[in-house]
Design a protein around this ligand. Structure first.
Ligand SMILES: [Zn+2]
Length: 323
């Protein structure tokens, strides 16, 4: 991307990416950082750009010698132009509470259904590539998300005939781990878990946190054996206080409140099956909160280019034509 022309606000982003030349430059810069366009099928550099058709032609002998910028990305096979994909990605990465398919549809002039498919593809780009286990000072906590009656007032719930127990239906347990003092500030990682039992929490922590790390948790009994598992376990009993010096889980509490606000305010209800994608989306914005809008956008765009296989594997189906 030409740095001095990089958009800094949403309004600028919509105007900037309405020009195909800017979309082209942005995607080329991420896909081929050395500026040399290579055929995605055979890797050859012997290619010519056909300006009018907006495709390159590879001179090697193989099927599909013509390729667009979208080939080999999660935009492949999509009829939606880059002039809509890129502002959508900008919105998703930079709106604090995320964006609903309704808002996106209005902003881009596409149908809500198309906007919904666009968002689910774009969220893939925000999935973190986990760089091994966390270490150092780690907060661990769990929460429950979802359930349609979750944020409903008791009186309204009663009026609608939804019992307390039924309001638990559809709730999903989520484990959060937050590494303090990272280079980019504290970094969070989330995982959908089956329950909050000892075995499950020990397994998730074991897979994600290096033994020897300092682990901060509340007084939930499921964490009882953390010291035996090789962690320096510091417990804050929330019945007594929320913090005792360094011993607290306030970093994660903050993340949970951001996440819940986003789900409540923007997404209305999140089906359990889709929840992990919303978690990744929120974690992406949180973990990159110290960067600029342009930096988050560029990082997400890199994700789009490397995630094509993930997308195919995830859907296992034909991509919708409208999207
Ligand atoms: Zn080729």
């Amino acid at each position: 991307m030409v740095s001095h022309r990089e958009p800094k606000t949403l309004q600028q982003a919509i105007v900037f990416f309405s020009d195909y030349a800017n979309c082209h430059a942005a995607v080329v810069a991420i896909r081929w950082p050395d500026g040399v366009v290579k055929c995605p099928t055979c890797g050859s550099e012997n290619v010519t750009y056909l300006e009018n058709a907006r495709v390159w032609k590879c001179y090697a002998k193989h099927p599909r010698t013509k390729f667009s910028l979208k080939v080999g990305t999660i935009f492949e096979d999509s009829a939606v132009p880059l002039q809509k994909w890129l502002p959508a990605l900008w919105l998703l990465t930079n709106c604090r509470n995320g964006i609903s398919s309704y808002e996106l549809a209005r902003a881009l002039g596409v149908t809500q259904k198309t906007a919904w498919f666009m968002l689910s593809r774009l969220r893939l780009a925000l999935q973190a590539e986990h760089g091994g286990k966390l270490d150092g000072h780690i907060e661990a906590d769990e929460t429950f998300i979802g359930g349609r009656a979750r944020n409903m007032h008791a009186a309204k719930r009663k009026r609608l005939g939804i019992s307390q127990s039924r309001s638990m239906v559809g709730k999903v347990a989520v484990m959060g781990l937050l590494a303090r003092h990272g280079e980019k500030g504290s970094q969070v990682r989330t995982e959908v878990i089956r329950n909050r039992k000892k075995h499950q929490l020990e397994q998730t922590i074991g897979e994600n946190v290096t033994a020897g790390s300092t682990l901060y948790t509340d007084a939930l009994r499921s964490y009882d054996r953390m010291a035996q598992r090789g962690y320096i376990h510091q417990v804050i009993d929330h019945a007594e206080a929320y913090a005792d010096g360094q011993v607290h889980t306030n970093g994660l509490e903050n993340f949970w409140s951001l996440l819940k606000r986003a789900i409540k305010g923007t997404y209305i209800s999140v089906e359990p099956f889709h929840l992990f994608r919303y978690l990744d989306e929120q974690a992406f914005r949180f973990n990159n909160r110290k960067g600029s809008d342009a930096m988050r956008f560029a990082l997400a765009l890199k994700g789009i280019i490397s995630k094509r296989l993930t997308y195919s594997a995830l859907t296992g189906a034909e991509l919708p034509q409208t999207c």
